[in-house]
Unconditional design. Structure first.
Length: 274
């Protein structure tokens, strides 16, 4: 079990949606928080809200405006976090954007931008934080993908590709960092009621909206509760929502077994290397 009480947590995308909901709940648990997001005004609003929730005056909350798709901005933000709260115990990569639409109607720039923010933004932040966790010999990295990161449907040719990339990156990262004492998890949220969702819903093709309407829309608070529960239990795969878990289990029935087999193969390979 991971004890989050009093932990130092860095959250990208922490000023809105799931990231902000996570920040609120972790603040109430006594965590020190450092938030990264693009808009300074939203970060300031979030910090003000967190200050009303903290149970201890000794808690530290700080924020840094940065675009995670720019590695130089990520490095500057992580440097500021190290000064404000010290090396994070937990990194949660929640920053992300979507751009639904029919493949032939999507601007080509959408494919590039989604990869830069959703995938590279996650990789940049992990690259900046991981060395400090490795030096300490502990830490937990949590990368938020999407239900569209394991099940692609019409209208998400750009978005799903970026979120599938997060999945591949995270699973590979887990194998690499596990022997160093670093836990790595991936989250597959269903549709969540956030400002980003409401904005993107207007751009969804008709078929996409019809398919999405068959499932319940999850609140950001409920998604955050599920993620925190998964972190505490050290789950590699965190899949909020019953319907979402059902689909994931049907499509990935042997995923846990595959992790266990790969762990054995990698341990044997490392023993031979030594």
């Amino acid at each position: 079990m991971t004890d989050l009480i009093g932990a130092r947590v860095l959250i990208t995308g922490g000023s809105s949606g799931i990231g902000r909901a996570l920040a609120r709940k972790l603040a109430a648990m006594g965590c020190d928080l450092f938030l990264i997001a693009r808009r300074r005004e939203l970060l300031d609003d979030t910090l003000a809200e967190l200050n009303d929730l903290k149970p201890s005056d000794s808690q530290t909350f700080a924020a840094y405006p940065a675009d995670v798709s720019d590695n130089s901005q990520v490095e500057a933000a992580v440097g500021a976090a190290l000064e404000e709260i010290g090396p994070p115990d937990v990194l949660i990569n929640s920053a992300g954007i979507a751009h639904p639409g029919y493949f032939l109607e999507l601007p080509l720039d959408a494919f590039r931008r989604l990869i830069e923010v959703n995938y590279l933004g996650t990789a940049y932040t992990c690259r900046a934080v991981a060395p400090h966790m490795i030096e300490r010999g502990s830490g937990h990295i949590v990368n938020i993908s999407s239900g569209a990161g394991y099940l692609a449907i019409i209208g998400y040719s750009a978005y799903s590709a970026s979120k599938f990339a997060v999945r591949g990156f995270t699973e590979s990262l887990r194998h690499e960092l596990k022997p160093m004492g670093i836990r790595v998890s991936i989250v597959y949220p269903p549709d969540v009621d956030t400002p980003q969702y409401r904005l993107d819903d207007e751009m969804r093709p008709y078929e996409t909206r019809q398919i999405a309407s068959m499932a319940n829309l999850m609140s950001a608070d409920r998604a955050a509760e599920s993620i925190i529960r998964g972190i505490k239990r050290n789950h590699v795969q965190i899949v909020p929502g019953f319907e979402n878990r059902l689909f994931f289990t049907l499509l990935n029935p042997l995923s846990r077994l595959s992790f266990a087999i790969l762990d054995i193969l990698l341990r044997n390979a490392r023993n031979k290397k030594r």
